[in-house]
Ligand binder design. Structure first.
Ligand code: HEC
Length: 118
């Protein structure tokens, strides 16, 4: 009887693992599709610096050298403006989302400013 239960559990775990294998990449695709669209703005470096000073340096360091969050001194080498826009809008890992705090245009401006840092 117990053996029967164990093999039943094993089978269920395998089935679950197989379902996960197919389900997980699917979820990533959905996340890609829901990437927020970045509004087109004219880069205003002074405004970007102001937003970053007020909002980002507590975690990323006053010279963007990194702190609780990674260094952003070369953010543009890794991410383009749209990718940074998406990270700041939606948050990622330990980084909070800023869509309640900043206007999309402000985030886009900061993203373009950071994307030039390579
Ligand atoms: C509460 C702390 C915190 C604040 C405030 C914060 N960040 Fe972050 N940020 C993080 C952490 C932690 C990560 C790493 C996220 C991860 O592990 O995926 C990160 C990652 C990033 C990345 C990706 C870096 C990389 O190398 O992949 C960018 C770009 C970024 N932040 C930009 C910003 C901007 C712009 C602001 C201000 C609007 C900001 N962050 C404010 C904590 C923060």
């Amino acid at each position: 009887m117990q053996k029967w239960i164990m093999s039943g559990l094993f089978f269920a775990a395998c089935a679950f693992a197989i379902v996960l294998m197919f389900a997980l990449p699917g979820k990533e695709e959905v996340a890609e599709e829901q990437k927020p669209a970045m509004p087109a703005v004219q880069l205003d470096a002074a405004a970007a610096e102001e937003v970053v000073k007020a909002t980002c340096i507590s975690c990323h360091g006053d010279q963007l050298q990194g702190g609780m969050g990674p260094s952003l001194q070369q953010a543009g080498a890794e991410h383009d403006a749209e990718a940074i826009y998406s990270i700041v809008t939606k948050g990622r890992g330990q980084m909070p989302s800023f869509k309640e705090q900043l206007a999309p245009e402000e985030i886009a401006n900061v993203a373009m400013w950071l994307a030039e840092k390579k």
